[in-house]
Design a protein around this ligand. Structure first.
Ligand SMILES: [Zn+2]
Length: 509
């Protein structure tokens, strides 16, 4: 009898593990770009690795039948839901999805829940209840306390081995739940101290009828723009635009997104880096001057800059269901519907911040098929499986796509009093010194692309600003310039604009 119950246990554990591994975790891996047998085996190994802690959790749940009765059905309902969205929608759990689920009214959430999901989850729930009954009747576990200690210890060790492995666990069910709830709480927890406004604007109301668009670029290095002399034609649209100026000599303080965006958005400079954590961005100064402000995001928020997103009157996520660990089409043109919506609002002066996904790895996900001009492109997410040529080709296709995106934004503003400022947060390594991607350090990483376009009416209204921009074209600036230049471009009467950082004034080094 005892032996039967033991073999029941093993078979039962194998079955519920397979169920969870195949339906809740495997869907995340279907879209992994890989090539050849080696790539396939790598993906299988990656999936299997992520199943190990999942099996341990299931074993832990099983130890006590009452715990199992309560938590297993919950586990199955959550796993089925997450697996369903991963498979059919290429969507992953993110803090933004949690935010939408927790803060939207239930009706809005229902709109994105198809009937197939209800049926699928209901069937899973019924099967899980049958499993609970089986656990009560057919399985007996002795020395559960020993197992509890042993399994917990193994789990602890697994999560402590290596940061990359831990990160991988956190991207998949069930640990993605824990991770994202944690991230959500972190993002929404109050700051240690309130950010202070670097200046106050009183008794001023802008009546310029001005639209300012700041596009935060992603991973775009200056030397891969044909505008800046790159041999390949990567910026055909912007090259044809009149009144567009490229600034090829910008230096970025940081080589990855989170600190760089905070630095760019605030009065922080190389001598006062801490301002990125202590002061508000330029957004409240625009608001105090009567501007309507909107942040439209194609990236997930981060602690370092989420407060600037919340400073805006409107905050819209174009892709709340994407994280940088997902591998499916994720395009900046998806920012445009929200942009058009806000642009059509009857507000006299507007400030837009469009946070793009730009040229972020995995490059092929960030341009649509018609922009696959440079071939062959990469076929695997494993950098070493691709040739340098294919990586550069894929990267250059994202540049071509960004050319299209910036040009699309400009085309909506031609007849208006408007200025568009594009600045990438950092560059990218494309094999220089054996380095790839970003967050390491080399010259290309610290030289982000920057272009500024002014409409005819803007130039008519502020000819001296446009002349200064043209004259400053080849000067060297740190990304510190952005804060001062955007305030000045918007005619915000702030006392803290520093001439040496303001591109719309004659250069004073
Ligand atoms: Zn970045």
């Amino acid at each position: 009898m005892q032996g039967n119950k033991k073999s029941n246990l093993n078979l039962f554990l194998i079955l519920i593990s397979l169920w969870s591994g195949l339906f809740f975790v495997l869907p995340d891996f279907f879209i992994y770009p890989t090539t050849g047998l080696k790539g396939f085996l790598y993906t299988v190994a990656h999936w299997a690795l992520n199943c190990i802690p999942l099996v341990l959790v299931l074993y832990l749940l099983m130890l006590n039948k009452y715990v199992f009765a309560v938590f297993f059905p919950v586990f199955i309902v959550l796993g089925s839901t997450i697996g369903f969205y991963s498979y059919f929608y290429k969507a992953t759990l993110t803090p933004m999805i949690l935010d939408a689920t927790l803060n939207n009214d239930f009706r809005t959430s229902l709109d994105v829940m198809p009937v197939q999901l209800f049926v699928y989850v209901l069937i899973s729930l019924i099967v899980s209840i049958i499993a609970v009954r089986y656990r009560f009747k057919k399985i007996e576990i002795r020395s559960a306390a020993v197992y509890l200690v042993a399994l917990s210890l193994i789990l602890y060790v697994l999560f402590s081995v290596n940061d990359r492995i831990k990160t991988s666990f956190y991207q998949h069910f069930p640990f993605s739940l824990y991770y994202n709830i944690n991230q959500y709480n972190k993002l929404n927890s109050p700051f240690d101290s309130e950010r202070i406004m670097p200046d106050t604007i009183r008794n001023y109301q802008s009546k310029e009828g001005l639209t300012i668009v700041f596009i935060i670029g992603e991973t775009l290095r200056a030397d891969h723009l044909s505008l800046n002399g790159y041999a390949r034609e990567t910026t055909p649209r912007l090259s044809k635009r009149e009144n567009l100026i490229s600034f090829p000599n910008i230096y970025s303080e940081y080589t990855y997104t989170n600190p760089s965006v905070a630095h760019i958005m605030t009065r922080a400079d190389s001598a006062n880096k801490e301002r990125a954590n202590k002061e508000t961005s330029f957004v409240p100064l625009f608001k105090a001057s009567g501007f309507y402000t909107a942040w439209i995001a194609n990236q997930e928020p981060a602690k370092s800059y989420i407060s600037f997103m919340k400073e805006c009157d409107t905050l819209i996520y174009a892709h709340p269901e994407k994280s940088v660990y997902t591998y499916s089409a994720w395009l900046d043109e998806d920012l445009l519907p929200a942009y058009h919506f806000v642009n059509d609002l009857a507000k006299q002066d507007k400030l837009f911040i469009l946070h793009t996904i730009g040229s972020h790895w995995y490059y092929n996900n960030h341009f649509s098929p018609s922009f696959e001009k440079f071939k062959p492109v990469t076929r695997s997410k494993i950098v070493s499986q691709n040739s340098q040529e294919s990586i550069v080709n894929s990267y250059d296709n994202t540049v071509l796509y960004t050319d299209f995106f910036i040009d699309s934004v400009i085309s909506t503003l031609v007849s208006k009093n408007a200025i568009v400022i594009f600045l990438s947060d950092h560059g990218e390594a494309l094999g220089e010194g054996g380095n790839w991607l970003h967050a390491n350090d080399n010259k290309a990483l610290r030289n982000p692309a920057c272009v500024i376009w002014c409409s005819d009416s803007y130039i008519q209204n502020y000819p001296e600003k446009f002349d200064a921009l043209k004259a400053n074209k080849n000067n060297r600036y740190r990304t510190d310039f952005l804060f001062h230049t955007i305030l000045s471009a918007g005619n915000i009467p702030s006392k803290i604009i520093e001439k040496e950082y303001d591109m719309t004034q004659p250069y004073t080094p």
